[in-house]
Structures are given as structure tokens and as C-alpha cells.
Design a protein around this ligand. Structure first.
Ligand SMILES: O=C(O)c1ccccc1NCC(=O)[C@H](O)[C@H](O)COP(=O)(O)O
Length: 257
């Protein structure tokens, strides 16, 4: 069953009255310099890679960090060795915005992910217009034709789709797209429960050659070790980095795994 939060966010996206006409956002997206190569940045190496997230609050944890200057935090992440930056752009539950993404884009030379409940081509153009290099698609939130349409548009605009899954059948749907970057979110979006073992159970189902991203629930180095030993190439970390003091010091411990 589609989580209520996700269903509402998708319904919002579908019914939104846009502030700018599609043609304008499309033109702004096409006028941007080429997107950065996220596949290259996240290519598996001898150590785990980190996508570091700008996250102010969340439905499961409430307020996490005020983050008055997302660009400054992104620069710290870059200095600390992150391979990409995730920016939550959803406003109501996560306190994010496209303005955050634009600010981060200008501050760092790393690929930037638009992390949101993406359900329309408009949002994909908006992401590119704001400078995103990657766009998250949540398999559970989209039917196959929409998933395909949005996936193809992201690729056509030169960006990289990060395909988020939470179950075996969703990984099959991600594989059918030809996805090169696939995440398993440990967080059940209906109950918010965290299952750090889910990644390991689904890891054998990843298609050959896909980059494997473990999303959510990294609170300590032990969690990174756990994901890495289960086959993760990349971990996506929010809460631990925005609440854990010096992000550079935290990243250095994660990146040693
Ligand atoms: O974080 C939440 O509570 C949440 C609830 C419902 C949908 C999505 C949610 N979070 C988005 C994410 O996937 C995480 O921000 C990201 O994976 C980082 O997770 P964490 O390191 O556990 O903060």
C-alpha cells in the first residue's frame, strides 16, 4: 500500500498550481550548463562513498537542525569528502526548497540530488533548472508508465535518476528501467520503521553493474560497516550528519570504511 505521506505528496505534485508556466521552466532547464556525471562520481571504489544530505526536519523525527546556510553545510560536506550532496526540496515535512538546491549548486562542484516526491515532468524540469544533477524517483509512488516517462526525461536532460526501492518487486521494476543507480531505503515510508537488514536481503537482486546505494538509518560507523559488508557501494546519510556535530569529522570516520 502506498504510504499516506507519499500519496499526499504525489497528489500535491499532480494538482499543484505552478508559479511559472511549463515552457518557462523547460527553457530554464535547457539553458543550464550540462549536469555533472553522477555515475562517475559514485563509481564503486575500494572504500564506501557517501551522499551527504541537507535535512532540516522529517516526518519521522521532527525538527533535526535549523540549517540557516545550506550552501555552507554543503561546502563542509565537500571538504569532508562526500561524493554527492542530497537536498530535500519538499517544504512541508522536510523544511526544504528548490532555493536550497540552487544555493548548494552554486557552492560546490559535486553532483547534487533533488530528493523529493517526484511525480510530474514539471518537477524534473524544475530540478534541472535549479541545477540538479540527480533526481530521486520512488518506485512505490509511481506506476510503470510514469516511472518510465520520468526516468527517460531525467536521462534526456543529462541527469542521473536515483531509483529508490524498498522491496524485491520494486528492485525488479528498477532493473527493468535499466537503472544504473539504485537505492534501497531502510525506512518504510508507511510506518517509518527502519530495517537496516533490508539492504542485505535485497542486495543479491541488484542488476549487474548497477551502483548500490543504502539509504537511511546510518547513525554510526557501525551502520556504515554493516551496509558495506552487505554490499553497499554508497550510503546516503542525513540525520547523523546534520545532528552529529562536525560533519567533516563524521564523514572522515564513515569514509574510512
Ligand atoms: O526521514 C523521514 O522521516 C522520511 C519519511 C518519509 C519519507 C522519506 C523520509 N526521508 C527521506 C529519506 O529517504 C532520508 O532523508 C534519507 O535517506 C536519509 O536518511 P537518514 O540518514 O536516516 O536521515
Amino acid at each position: 500500500m502506498l504510504a499516506e505521506l507519499t500519496a499526499n505528496a504525489v497528489a500535491d505534485a499532480l494538482s499543484r498550481r505552478e508559479s511559472a508556466p511549463l515552457a518557462e521552466v523547460e527553457a530554464a532547464a535547457l539553458a543550464r550548463p550540462a549536469a555533472l556525471d553522477a555515475i562517475e562520481a559514485l563509481r564503486p571504489g575500494s572504500r564506501v562513498k557517501v551522499i551527504a544530505e541537507i535535512k532540516r526536519s522529517s516526518p519521522s523525527r521532527g525538527a533535526l537542525a535549523s540549517i540557516e546556510d545550506p550552501a555552507a553545510l554543503a561546502r563542509r560536506y565537500e571538504l569532508g569528502g562526500a561524493s554527492a550532496i542530497s537536498v530535500l526540496t519538499e517544504g512541508r515535512k522536510f523544511g526544504g526548497s528548490l532555493a536550497d538546491l540552487e544555493a548548494v549548486r552554486q557552492a560546490v562542484a559535486l553532483p547534487v540530488l533533488r530528493k523529493d516526491f517526484i511525480a510530474t515532468p514539471y518537477q524534473v524540469f524544475e530540478a534541472r533548472a535549479a541545477g540538479a544533477d540527480l533526481v530521486l524517483l520512488i518506485v512505490a509512488a509511481l506506476d510503470d508508465p510514469t516511472l518510465r516517462e520520468l526516468y527517460d526525461l531525467i536521462v534526456e536532460l543529462g541527469m542521473t535518476p536515483l531509483i529508490e526501492t524498498h522491496a524485491a518487486d520494486e528492485l525488479e521494476r528498477a532493473a527493468a528501467l535499466g537503472a544504473r543507480l539504485i537505492g534501497v531505503n531502510a525506512r518504510d515510508l508507511s510506518t517509518f520503521e527502519l530495517d537496516r537488514d533490508l539492504f542485505g536481503r535485497l542486495a543479491p537482486l541488484f542488476p549487474e553493474g548497477a551502483i548500490r546505494v543504502a539509504e537511511s538509518a546510518v547513525l554510526s560507523v557501525a551502520d556504515v560497516v554493516h551496509y558495506r559488508s552487505s554490499g553497499a557501494d554508497v550510503v546516503l546519510v542525513g540525520e547523523a550528519l546534520v545532528t552529529g556535530g562536525d560533519p567533516i569529522a563524521n564523514l572522515s570516520t564513515f569514509l574510512a570504511v
